[in-house]
Design a protein around this ligand. Structure first.
Ligand code: CMC
Length: 430
């Protein structure tokens, strides 16, 4: 809290009310309007929460104008270069980088919670074989609260911690199982001798008949994508997890709600939408037409993978992903014509005054799909990949919220635009 205040004067009554200014360690200050309604009778109107901070959080910081992203204070490019996804998960959950012993203990605990309950297989088999894997993931994760109903006392810090570990550990197992079910392959059990990302790749692609050969860059690229997607402060899915969490709901239900929010094409579903869009454009020579269409508000078409609520500059994650995309495709000797389409699209859009004026830059989802494609991950699984990574952010926020004395049930108000009070009339008088 700072000493500064803001005064609001109602021009109709000339009454003035004073509100405190709240500051964090970084970022712009905010007006604490918690008592606004009590003192003035007004609510605020902020569709999409474009000007609203919903919580104090010490996990992730974004400076959208400067293109800065910090996890617990560490710049994303340093973590991308030097860390790994599991260490980043520890950092997000615990606030500090682990020493070797703490990291080993964390990795060991995650590794020993990767199995899914055998009965969950029956649950998966209840889905139609061509169900979208996000639908299967969302349903299966919600069902975990039925499997672990004996450890759902959310007032117990140890039960909360265990739920966080279980979610990070089981998400890849369930995701891979959903994929294999959808293509009719037998489910692979997690192998404890592998690291988190390599284990996931084995659960996805290993067949009983032959060993899986993986180039080291494959796990490296996926690990990088997981680091970059691990958290992003109060984004739509994390805010959903927090909103559901504010009611006291169990963490499996909260994370299932987060998965549902992530699925939308304006959020995590954009990576799948980008690839479909690039395929539709088909060739670099059609890029100009696509950009014109995206500028036409009546077309209903947007450039997927472009624009961001917070970044009004390059999304720092997009730059890192673009570099990895080039490296991976070169290393794997993949010649993907869609990469040429993506590069041409980026070049044309970044020079176009519509995109320049609105500060629309490629976001994290623009190049990630091309990496997933090169890793042979099917398009329907792209948002599932995002969900696996974002789970560590979701549970970090859920844990933080449980320790925050300011947490209250999330309950926005509205501007009612319906009918004024009227009397019911029977059929004969309507
Ligand atoms: N293509 C064309 N025009 C766009 C685009 C786009 N991708 N994004 C925004 N605009 C225009 C929009 O029409 C508006 O124009 P005007 O001021 O003339 O009305 C202006 O830019 C501001 O857009 P907005 O919709 O008010 O911005 P927002 O902050 O509400 O939405 C967004 C942010 C990410 C939903 C939006 O940029 C978008 O739909 N992008 C495409 C989907 C996408 O790539 N989503 C992934 C986001 S990053 C990862 C994640 O969150 O999961």
């Amino acid at each position: 809290m700072s000493d500064k205040t803001v005064q609001i004067t109602d021009s109709a009554t000339n009454k003035t009310a004073t509100f405190p200014i709240v500051t964090g360690t970084l970022g712009p200050p905010a007006i604490d309007i918690g008592k606004l309604n009590k003192e003035t009778g007004y609510f605020t109107f902020d569709p999409g929460f474009a000007a609203t901070a919903a919580a104090r959080s010490a996990i992730t910081f974004i400076d959208g104008d400067a293109g800065v992203l910090l996890y617990r204070g560490y710049p994303i490019d340093q973590l991308a270069k030097q860390s790994n996804f599991l260490e980043v998960s520890y950092l997000l959950l615990n606030g500090q980088l682990p020493d070797k012993a703490k990291f080993s203990a964390f990795e060991d605990e995650i590794t020993h919670h990767t199995m899914m309950h055998e009965a969950l297989k029956n649950f998966l088999h209840g889905f139609h074989h061509d169900a979208h894997p996000m639908a299967m993931l969302c349903g299966s994760i919600a069902s975990l609260s039925a499997f672990y109903h004996d450890t759902l006392d959310m007032d117990d810090p140890e039960q909360r911690r265990l739920a966080a570990i279980r979610l990070i550990a089981k998400m890849p197992t369930i995701a891979a199982a959903a994929y294999r079910y959808s293509i009719g392959w037998p489910i692979r059990y997690p192998r404890n001798n592998l690291d988190y990302v390599t284990r996931f790749l084995h659960m996805m692609f290993e067949v009983p008949s032959e060993p899986l050969q993986l180039s080291p860059i494959v796990a490296k690229a996926l690990d990088l994508l997981f680091i970059l997607h691990a958290d992003h402060e109060q984004n739509a899915s994390t805010s959903t997890v927090r909103l559901v969490g504010s009611t006291g709901a169990n963490p499996y239900a909260c994370v299932a709600a987060g998965i549902a929010a992530l699925w939308g094409p304006a959020h995590g579903g954009a990576n799948e939408a980008v690839l479909k869009m690039l395929a539709q454009i088909g060739d670099a020579k059609n890029v100009g037409k696509a950009v014109e269409k995206a500028k036409d508000k009546n077309s209903g078409f947007r450039l997927m993978g472009f624009g961001h609520r917070v970044y009004k500059n390059f999304d720092p994650r997009a730059t890192i992903i673009r570099d990895m995309c080039h490296k991976l495709l070169a290393d794997l000797n993949v010649n993907d014509p869609l990469l040429d389409v993506a590069m041409a699209l980026e070049e044309v859009a970044l020079k176009d005054s519509y995109f320049v004026e609105r500060k629309l830059y490629p976001n994290v989802d623009f190049y990630s799909g091309l990496i997933y494609k090169a890793l042979k991950i099917p398009t329907e699984m792209f948002t599932v990949m995002f969900a696996i990574a974002r789970t560590s952010g979701w549970v970090a926020h859920w844990l933080e919220q449980h320790l925050d004395p300011e947490t209250r049930i999330g309950r926005p108000r509205q501007i009612y635009t319906g009918s004024v009070k009227r009397d019911y009339v029977g059929f004969d008088k309507r």
